[in-house]
Design a protein around this ligand. Structure first.
Ligand code: ADP
Ligand code: MG
Length: 497
């Protein structure tokens, strides 16, 4: 072999070695990046961990805060608001009633006809529309004009058949925000939540605002009740099954109400009701306890929200926020490695990943996770390998599992407060097992998150059994109430006539 050939051969060997070295380096680098992403997942799992012992601490904290909120005004982050609802619909109500429901994402209008028997409840017309986003930070005039206009159109469609001429239509206003009531049909807005920001409305009577807007449009409708959405769900639950004493909503936001003895509402001494009880709107979205498993993603989400330091529980369990927690985790993964390819600016946009997309990814049962790939592509992240798609599904699972389990702890906290959790609340002489075990308790649940996200629902129900134990949980029935908030509010108007 000539000198030149030797030199070539040597150069080729060197080149081959360096190519191999580059490949090895790349492999090591990519393995290191994969490891850093797995580390982020592990840290998330640890941060979101909810063993049953921790859930029980949340249960206790919820019950303690409920007591504190009932004891004095401002005694707890739980407002425990009076609703002035002390009789729930029995099933004998008659007539035609309307409900207008302003939720966090949707508004709904419906009409129900009641025939005087429980089985005769006819929901005759339901309209559901997304709330135009510009209304969320408009003015009260614009918002209520819009609602009145929507009602007007709804009524125009009716023709003559639905309400006898000359008879005022009775309307329930289902309002899914915290209100300080002075009667069942009046109350002032305490604060906005779920991204709404019309500051001039805080402190104003919500029912009156709607009534004025209806009058201005010449609509012959009477706002007969101002009803929190949870109270609506409780009313429908009770109408069908009088063992219903708790209602919870998991939609854009989350909240709960329950039937409380008036003598336990210490902050309103002298409060008398014929039934001896009153529905209390807990506003549990604002619940907080140091036992809640909080991650850096929750802290950042809160800090960047329009209502920071507020609604801490809601921000861990409600539909508006779950997608954004998942987005924050994926964003960090994409920033700390290139496993998602070139970083997408879309991923940095708050709330771009909605919770319905999280459930679609989580429940993707195609072998190649095509739905996950499609959704990631819409977020500007394409060509993601299968193992990364699996990782994304895992992130959805961790965030939703925590939400479902904390939701269950919240419900168990209410059951504990009213002595229905088997731990011995009000025993009055009889043995604990006798009083606790034999009382059937129905929890009415509604909201888009609960209704549509199967894994959320399953995690919640599984954790409730885990917390309460097999025996007690046999007596606790969780019942889904589709459109319960709106239908139940109309029933409440009927029963308060
Ligand atoms: P509102 O909160 O306006 O009363 P809903 O109770 O219908 O309305 O809840 C809507 C919310 O439920 C959505 O904003 C979303 O967070 C959640 N949601 C709706 N559909 C799904 C779904 N398929 N999977 C997960 N969450 C969903
Ligand atoms: Mg709702």
């Amino acid at each position: 072999m000539g000198k030149v050939a030797v030199a070539f051969a040597a150069a080729a060997v060197v080149a081959a070695c360096s190519v191999a070295a580059v490949m090895v380096r790349r492999r090591v680098k990519s393995r290191r990046k994969w490891r850093s992403v797995v580390e982020i997942l592990k840290e998330l799992e640890e941060g979101c961990d909810t063993p049953v012992g921790r859930l029980r601490q949340v249960v206790d904290a919820m019950a303690v805060e409920m007591h504190a909120g009932l004891a004095s005004e401002g005694g707890s982050k739980l407002k425990m608001l009076l609703t002035f609802v002390h009789e729930l619909p029995k099933g004998t109500e008659k007539g035609t009633y309307y409900a207008l429901h302003l939720g966090g994402t949707y508004f709904r209008i419906l009409r129900v006809y009641l025939g005087g028997e429980r089985s005769y409840l006819d929901v005759q017309d339901v309209e559901r529309h997304p709330i135009p986003s510009h209304l969320m930070n408009s003015t009260s005039e614009v918002l209520f004009n819009f609602l009145a206009f929507s009602l007007e159109r709804f009524i125009e469609k009716e023709g003559d058949g639905s309400s006898s001429q000359g008879v005022k239509r009775e309307l329930a206003f289902t309002f899914s925000f915290p209100v300080k009531h002075s009667s069942i049909s009046s109350g002032v807005l305490i604060k906005w939540t779920k991204g709404f920001e019309i500051s001039e409305m805080v402190g104003r009577d919500i029912a009156e605002c709607l009534q004025v807007a209806l009058n201005t449009r010449g609509l012959d409708m009477h706002v007969a009740a101002l009803v929190n959405d949870t109270v609506g769900a409780l009313s429908l639950g009770y109408y069908h099954d009088p063992d219903t004493v708790v209602a919870v909503v998991f939609g854009t936001g989350s909240n709960a109400c329950y039937l409380e003895r008036t003598d336990a509402i210490i902050k309103s001494q002298g409060l008398l009701t014929t039934s001896g009880s009153m529905v209390v709107n807990m506003e549990w979205g604002n619940f907080w306890s140091s036992h809640l498993p909080r991650t850096s993603y929750d802290i950042d989400l809160d800090a960047e929200s329009s209502n920071s330091n507020d609604m801490g529980f809601e921000k861990m369990i409600a539909g508006m926020y779950l997608g954004d927690i998942v987005r924050r985790v994926i964003l960090r993964m994409s920033q700390e490695s290139d496993i998602f390819g070139p970083s997408s600016s879309l991923l940095s946009e708050p709330y771009v990943l909605r919770t319905n997309l999280v459930s679609a990814m989580h429940e993707d049962d195609t072998p190649e996770l095509q739905e996950v790939a499609r959704i990631l592509k819409d977020l500007g992240v394409s060509e993601v390998p299968l193992k990364v798609r699996k990782l994304v599904v895992k992130v959805c699972d961790v965030v939703t599992r925590r939400a479902g389990r904390l939701a269950a702890a919240g419900i168990a906290g209410i059951l504990k407060k009213i002595g229905r959790d088997g731990s011995g609340g009000i025993t009055s002489g009889r043995s604990r097992s006798e009083t606790q075990m034999q009382r059937r308790t129905v929890v009415a649940v509604e909201g888009g998150l609960y209704m549509n996200y199967t894994m959320f629902r399953e995690y919640m129900e599984e954790a409730l059994v885990e917390i309460l134990g097999e025996e007690v949980s046999q007596y606790v029935v969780v019942k889904a109430m589709e459109d319960g908030s709106s239908i139940g509010s109309a029933l409440l108007v009927a029963s308060s006539q």
